[in-house]
Design a protein around this ligand. Structure first.
Ligand SMILES: [Zn+2]
Length: 289
């Protein structure tokens, strides 16, 4: 795909605010990813919360030690594709190649991957069939579609009359980019919104999943929001775990661990380590492999 196409994609997503978004990302990337992850690990440890990081494989490859550290800290890494491109803009063959190459990268790093979220939460209708070809057990992006995002339980797709093997997880629409970049919310308001959504999820007995990107939520300014939402969820008797744990437990027991009332799944995609990765993705052509 050409650099112009990338600019086109960016333009479509942010319209005329594209330069502003570049500047925002530049500012955010002044904090190193090591610091971002450390900030998050500290808060998650304090609150006994677990977090899942769908990570772009081309990025993971550049710093495998950081990806391994996430797992060693007791959190989960999932695939976020090989390159950060809209799967809807790729041919069926290219999508398949991107997904399978991403899984191969994590295998080479030595990390078991059981979950997936497509870049930009953007799925073609045939993606569920493609996911069936893999060993993945959950998907955390298809559930962002309007018809799924307000669901309160795992769901399966019907494929040629059969229920998918892959478990799909609804994804809440309150993401950090919506709250912070688009609506300009400060940490207090972000925490308030997240807590409100968790409160709504509690009586359903089901689950709630957020996409809270580390690049924003791991900043000193916002990392306390994670603490706030986990503590609130625990007070309402939630199990704050990883999608893999949640899916496996639910499949076996049909309820949540320790008879928790509901389940909170905190996830956040890692799209870039440094600003230059971001810039390269936006401006220049990148080969799939
Ligand atoms: Zn992403």
């Amino acid at each position: 795909m050409s650099g112009l196409n990338y600019l086109g994609q960016l333009g479509r997503k942010w319209g005329r605010s594209a330069p502003r978004q570049l500047y925002r990302m530049l500012k955010l990337h002044r904090t190193s990813f090591n610091t971002i992850l450390q900030n998050m690990f500290t808060v998650l440890e304090e609150t006994s919360g677990r977090f899942t990081f769908p990570t772009i494989a081309a990025i993971a490859k550049m710093r495998p030690e950081l990806v391994k550290e996430i797992v060693m800290e007791g959190h989960e890494v999932a695939s976020h594709g090989f390159n950060h491109v809209r799967y809807t803009s790729l041919s069926k063959q290219a999508r398949r190649h991107d997904l399978l190459s991403s899984l191969q990268v994590f295998k080479e790093i030595g990390i078991e991957i059981t979950g997936f979220r497509a870049p930009y939460d953007n799925y073609t209708d045939d993606m569920p069939l493609l996911l069936e070809e893999t060993d993945l057990i959950w998907d955390g992006g298809f559930g962002y579609r309007v018809e799924h995002r307000d669901k309160t339980h795992f769901f399966h797709e019907s494929l040629n009359g059969q229920q998918s093997r892959v478990t799909y997880i609804p994804l809440n629409s309150w993401s950090d980019d919506v709250m912070i970049d688009r609506k300009g919310m400060g940490p207090d308001l972000v925490t308030k919104i997240l807590k409100q959504e968790v409160t709504k999820a509690a009586p359903t007995g089901g689950l709630i999943m957020f996409d809270l990107h580390p690049i924003r939520m791991g900043q000193k300014k916002y990392v306390g929001c994670l603490k706030g939402v986990i503590e609130h969820a625990h007070n309402l008797d939630a199990w704050c775990t990883t999608p893999t744990e949640a899916v496996k437990y639910w499949k076996t027991h049909g309820k949540w661990k320790s008879d928790s009332k509901f389940c909170l799944l905190l996830t956040g995609d890692i799209d870039n380590w440094v600003f230059s990765d971001y810039l390269r993705r936006v401006l220049w052509r990148r080969k799939t492999r």
